[in-house]
Design a protein around this ligand. Structure first.
Ligand code: UDP
Length: 238
């Protein structure tokens, strides 16, 4: 076992990352690639929790934007996160990695319900645990769900896999001279309103003293490199 920089981590992957080049849904090639990164990180001795968003399938705000009930929309969004979790746990299991999806909204025929005790037990048994259905409440996001579960599970870091290799002062795809940060504090992210995770998630991570590591989910072995003390990322910590 290597001496890892972060031993117990929560990996947050946005639903959009799973779309690959598609405009909707799940690209199994991307799922398999991310699953490989998780497998390698676990082989190093990391304890891995995973939260996947649902934006590749459904977001509650789209219902509200058309005059519908936001709460119903958010229920649909949370169900989308369950589908993504099932796809990822299935891919991990197919690779021989024991992985358990745990849902915040009971659906016993499909997967086990989340409890902190149960999730810790699975982790200690060497399984990857995937947290589905966000926080289980409308008006939240899976970023907040990720920060919440990272705090509950006592994670050493919240690893936020994004489309780019860290946090920039502005969107680097739109502003060519945007500045990239190697390190920044939670407070500064909130003050500058940097678009990395929603404010509730940042504040919860700050309160729980959990660093947020922002890196590109598209960089093969990026996760492993960071766990080994290298890699390319922005580290958010106070
Ligand atoms: N959602 C929710 N409560 C939660 C987490 C998620 O209501 O605790 C719903 C919400 O409608 C959200 C959707 O699930 O838009 C998908 O999650 P999110 O937008 O965070 O996914 P991502 O942007 O990471 O793909």
């Amino acid at each position: 076992m290597e001496n890892l920089k972060y031993k117990r981590i929560l990996l947050k992957v946005s639903g959009e990352a799973l779309m690959g080049d598609q405009s909707f849904g799940i690209d199994q090639k991307v799922v398999a690639r991310v699953a490989q990164d998780i497998q390698k990180a676990q082989a190093l001795g990391a304890e891995i929790c995973v939260v996947i968003g649902g934006g590749n399938i459904f977001r509650g705000v789209s219902v509200a934007a058309q005059g519908g009930d936001r709460v119903v929309g958010d229920h649909m969004g949370m169900l989308a996160t369950v589908m993504n979790c099932l796809a990822m746990s299935n891919a991990l299991n197919a690779m021989g990695v024991a992985a358990v999806p745990l849902t915040a909204i009971a659906m016993p025929e499909i997967c086990e319900s989340f409890t902190q005790r149960g999730a810790k037990r699975h982790l200690e048994e060497g399984k990857v645990v995937l947290f589905a259905a966000g926080t289980g409440n409308p008006f939240f996001t899976t970023d907040s769900g990720a920060a919440l579960r990272a705090a509950e599970m006592g994670c050493d870091a919240l690893m936020k896999g994004t489309q780019v290799d860290g946090i920039y002062s502005a969107d680097p795809k739109k502003v060519p001279d945007a500045v990239r940060y190697d390190t920044i504090s939670h407070a500064e992210v909130l003050k500058q309103g940097l678009k990395v995770m929603d404010a509730a998630a940042i504040a919860l991570a700050q309160d729980s003293n959990i660093p947020i590591i922002v890196f590109s989910i598209h960089e093969p072995d990026g996760l492993v490199a960071i766990l080994q003390g290298g890699g390319r990322a922005t580290v958010v910590s106070d």
